[in-house]
Design a protein around this ligand. Structure first.
Ligand SMILES: [Zn+2]
Ligand SMILES: [Zn+2]
Length: 188
């Protein structure tokens, strides 16, 4: 199923980056965290685009992916077709950290994927995504400074509890909590 494909991609990426972080316990933790991030952060949008699986909550399966520039706040969309071209070269697409160039202000990798609120259905740029991207940018810059290939860098996310909440800018819904409640209800 789709989920195992995503986990496969994620673990493959972990293998690529082996050498740095190391301990089996850490890797197990990362895989668990990855699974959660994949399911929650992508909001099932990419899932629908790439695997045609429309079983996600709130039916968030429109073909277009919404982006927002962190430099100039420009909002724009890319079609599933465009995304298929971007995906192989994008850094960490498995983690929802798609960073694309801004078509308006021209800044490189400044645009992040917007999140679709499962409650009100509107799109917003989540503080969590911005914080994760910032941490990732710093890790990449550090790798470049050491002469390493930045595409092999693992992002170091802010520690649990220090991470900003993923809250809808329009209606104030805490998205992670929303999904937890959703699956609790589903299980019965
Ligand atoms: Zn811009
Ligand atoms: Zn909302």
């Amino acid at each position: 199923m789709s989920e195992s494909k995503w986990l496969g991609l994620a673990t493959k990426r972990l293998d690529l980056s082996k050498g740095g972080t190391g301990s089996p316990k850490m890797e197990y933790l990362m895989v668990a965290v990855l699974g959660l991030i994949i399911a929650l952060s992508l909001g099932f949008t990419l899932w629908g685009v790439f695997f045609g699986d429309s079983s996600g909550p709130a039916g968030g399966m429109e073909g277009d992916i919404h982006f927002q520039c962190t430099a100039c706040s420009n909002e724009f969309t890319k079609s599933g077709e465009e995304m298929e071209k971007i995906m192989p070269t994008a850094l960490m697409p498995e983690m929802g950290l798609l960073q694309v160039d801004c078509p308006k202000c021209g800044k490189k990798e400044s645009c992040l994927m917007q999140t679709k609120c499962p409650n009100c259905g509107k799109y917003y740029l989540s503080d969590m995504m911005v914080a994760n991207a910032k941490a990732f940018d710093e890790a990449k810059a550090a790798a470049r400074a050491e002469g390493k290939d930045p595409s092999t860098v693992m992002p170091v996310f802010p520690a649990a509890g220090e991470q900003p909440k993923d809250v809808c800018k329009h209606c104030g819904t805490d998205r992670v909590q929303w999904y937890i409640d959703y699956y609790k209800k589903r299980r019965g």
